[in-house]
Design a binder for this molecule. Structure first.
Ligand code: ZN
Ligand code: ZN
Length: 234
């Protein structure tokens, strides 16, 4: 199978990749927009990309990148981490994510692993420490990105990519297949960091992500993914 460039590059649209989170929110406030709850409900509250199911903290993604196209076929539930993968302008400028080299895991599995690890870290169980260490070791992979590209910032890299002529872009994308976006514990909304609140809602709110699963099992879930991840990189 041909190696595909990571989704944050293939889905970059000049018109929206720099859209702020507030602008993103504003497109829903105009009259005649579909009911967001209804769209989430129709899709079982399941992130189209990583498969995470949650009745809280889910966004809606515009599949074709056009944030004015509200055709039901163009809309699907998306978790915050997967959504951020499509908007490197937002996540890069606010330093909410770094680029890492991770050819052994796809972007969506990495997003889910990150969520499980962040929740495990916050769980105040005996696994908080190992989860924290694992997060540190994954984030450290940004060093390789810096040594090759001179930056680990998704904003800078996406901008450089978009500035290439079209045929150069095609060629560059094959070099970039190993790149992934990795979320940092920051989610700026209305001038404050909502990240801890996001995790708490996922872990505790009724219908939140993995709430069916006892918290003690979250780290196990994460570590299983990480074993696959670690084995693949050898
Ligand atoms: Zn997702
Ligand atoms: Zn969007």
């Amino acid at each position: 199978m041909a190696a595909l460039p990571p989704p944050f590059l293939t889905h970059l649209h000049k018109s929206n990749w720099m859209m702020s989170r507030d602008a993103h929110e504003a497109v829903w406030l105009k009259p005649g927009r579909p009911d967001r709850r209804r769209i989430l409900d129709d899709h079982g509250y399941c992130c189209r990309f990583c498969g995470l199911i949650s009745r809280v903290e889910m966004d809606i993604h515009h599949l074709n990148g056009n944030h004015q196209d509200f055709d039901p076929a163009n809309l699907c539930p998306v978790c915050p981490f997967c959504h951020a993968s499509f908007h490197p302008g937002i996540s890069g400028l606010a330093r909410e994510a770094v680029m890492v080299i991770a050819p052994d895991v796809d972007q969506w599995s990495l997003n889910r692993l990150a969520l499980a690890l962040y929740v495990a870290e916050q769980s105040q169980s005996e696994l908080s420490q190992p989860a924290a260490e694992m997060l540190t070791s994954i984030r450290a992979r940004c060093a390789d990105v810096i040594s090759v590209f001179g930056t680990d910032n998704p904003y800078d890299l996406s901008k450089a990519f978009l500035d290439l002529p079209r045929e150069e872009r095609q060629r560059a994308s094959s070099y970039l297949t190993a790149l992934r976006i990795f979320p940092l514990p920051r989610l700026r909304q209305k001038d404050r960091n909502r990240f801890d609140e996001l995790l708490t809602n996922f872990a505790n709110a009724p219908g939140g992500a993995f709430t069916e699963m006892p918290v003690a099992q979250w780290p196990t879930y994460a570590f299983e993914k990480e074993r696959v991840h670690a084995a693949g990189s050898r």
